[in-house]
Design a protein around this ligand. Sequence first.
Ligand code: OGA
Ligand code: NI
Length: 362
Amino acid sequence: MAEAADSLPPAEVLLSKRVQELVINQEELPHLYICRKSGEAADEEQEENVSSDPLSQIPVIDLSILSASSSPSSEHDGELQKLRLALSSWGCFLATGHGIPSSFLDEIVRVGREFFEQPMEEKRKLEKGVEEFEGYGGDPVPAKGQPLDWSDRLFLDVYPEDRRKLKFWPENPPSFRDVLQEYTVKMRVMTEAISKAMAKSLDLQEDCFLIQFGEKAPLQARFNYYSKCPRPDLVLGLKPHADGSGYTIILQDVEGLQVLKGDKWFTVPTISGALLVLMADQMEIMTNGVFKSPVHRVLSSSERDRISLAVFYTPEPNKEIGPEEALMTKERPKAYKTVKDYADVHWDYYQQGSRAIHVAKV
Ligand code: OGA
Ligand code: NI
């Protein structure tokens, strides 16, 4: 199945080819995608670390209770407490009651799928260079020895509008641009509501995180397409990592994403209409470590392809962010330094296959 060890193509060459092409052409599995051990022993080891505990599940938070001033205060306070507990133990939650109709979520998944279903020549019109972020392709070339992800993606800056590079925005399907524009508006509303709710859950001034992020805090949209894989025991759709943004909002059409809690992986369920809100390193820094930025990964599947849309919400470029004053106490002394453009540092470490958060530790 895997290639012979001689004449191995380097990552640059592999990354100039899409995973979807390898699958369509039924090519051999290139060695650089292999990142998991196969065989019985590995299966046991991997199985053991996947939680099957039905009582321990990613928390679901109803954002409508948190934003409605008409909710009874006990219900409101209860949901805020649930939010704080979710983010300090799991580092993520499934958001319902966010005001985005399920039909619209289905619509953006549909246009995303339609984009990836087009012939290669169509998609290649939006192709990025192997060292670039924005556009259609794979991740930029990782450090030597690092495996590649079994996925293709379309990465676009969506906010503020003057950062958009429309040459990378699909014209097909014809509604793609309008749907993405509308989703961006909804993500702006949602990040404002979540940032306020998180502050309230920590007894902080409601706007404190919004002020740290800044009025023009960028949003980036990444459509991830995970092709079916004949050997899901050997590859990962996305290798284990924590995000370098402030936080990330993820929409998925089928299961595949897993979050690490303790030493166990938990599968994020697909609940119709729900969005996963996932803390990233910069929220861990701003909360002085109260909220956790969890490691997560995506499995590949031999049965189903999968699409997800991750929207990264990151503090403005060049803006210093740091732990909120009120979260540094005698019991919890300052654990993180003030940082700026952390996402860049994060990326350098990501390419080496490691986390960057230690760089910000006191
Ligand atoms: C990411 C990510 C998860 C997914 O893009 O950083 O973690 O389900 N995506 O695709
Ligand atoms: Ni991620």
